[in-house]
Write a protein that binds this ligand. Structure first.
Ligand code: ADP
Ligand code: 5GP
Length: 231
């Protein structure tokens, strides 16, 4: 049985970095490559990070019913999850990882209620801004739009099953791996070994009920106006 894992995060939180790690280390995990009308960024390649298509091509796919879900992200470009990735994962007996935004996650949860959703958070607003700038791939107006959108996205964190604050990268990679493996263990129904119980315990630390207090100061850092130096 295929488990669909949904990963969402405000842009710049480190989601692609984390997904890149688990794609290499977790077996039997397929990645859904989304279609988008946005232009490639940096050294992104067609068919690797995304399928980059024109607006008419994307609209043609909508008409053909090719998408499991699609959305206009940042009110500008279309992004969509093609149905064919789920069909291929099911055929292979693999799980499927979707890197999609909050609106997309809501649509998938309605269609596939057993999907597991994971929300990645930055440690605070200043760190998110730093990461967006450090990545140096977006124009200033794009960075500002992403920071503005982040606040609204973070407020939806309660809709997710797991919340992961991406502070130290090694810890976050280990946590994400534990969540994926723990969900497989839960679904397999096989009695767990001591090692399995350890993985389940690590994953549980990131479940929604256990992170509420950790999330409050992060939310507050986005609600407050950004403090800038100088006069
Ligand atoms: P997203 O996919 O969420 O938009 P990226 O994975 O592109 O974000 O990460 C944004 C920037 O932050 C990149 O330059 C990346 O190397 C960096 N980054 C990711 N995780 C961390 C972390 N834990 N600590 C510091 N920098 C990070
Ligand atoms: P970026 O332009 O930074 O690659 O992605 C912008 C946002 O679009 C991210 O939040 C990413 O998760 C989201 N996204 C990527 N693919 C899809 C998709 O197929 N559907 C939806 N709804 N969002 C997507």
């Amino acid at each position: 049985m295929t488990t669909v894992f949904i990963i969402s995060a405000p842009s710049g939180s480190g989601k692609s970095t984390l997904v890149g790690h688990v794609r290499k280390t977790v077996p039997r995990l397929d990645f859904s490559i989304s279609y988008t009308t946005r232009k490639p960024r940096g050294d992104e390649q067609n068919g690797k990070e995304y399928y980059f298509v024109s607006r008419p091509e994307f609209e043609g796919m909508i008409e053909q019913g090719a998408f499991l879900e699609y959305a206009a992200v940042f009110g500008k470009d279309y992004y969509g999850t093609a149905k064919r990735f789920l069909a291929a994962a099911e055929q292979q007996g693999h799980d499927l990882l979707l890197d999609i935004d909050v609106q997309g996650a809501e649509k998938i949860k309605l269609k596939l209620p057993d999907a597991v959703s994971i929300f990645i958070l930055p440690p605070d607003r200043m760190e998110l801004e730093k990461r967006l700038r450090h990545r140096s791939l977006d124009a200033e107006d794009v960075i500002q739009r992403r920071l503005f959108t982040a606040h609204g996205e973070i407020e939806k964190y309660e809709k997710y099953d797991y919340i992961l604050v991406n502070d130290r990268l090694e810890d976050s990679v280990a946590a994400l791996q534990a969540i994926l493996i723990a969900e497989r263990l839960k679904r397999s129904g096989i009695p767990s070994t001591a090692e399995d119980r350890e993985v389940l315990a690590i994953a549980e630390r990131y479940s929604l009920c256990n992170v509420r207090e950790r999330v409050q100061p992060i939310l507050a850092s986005f609600a407050a106006p950004a403090v800038r130096g100088g006069c």
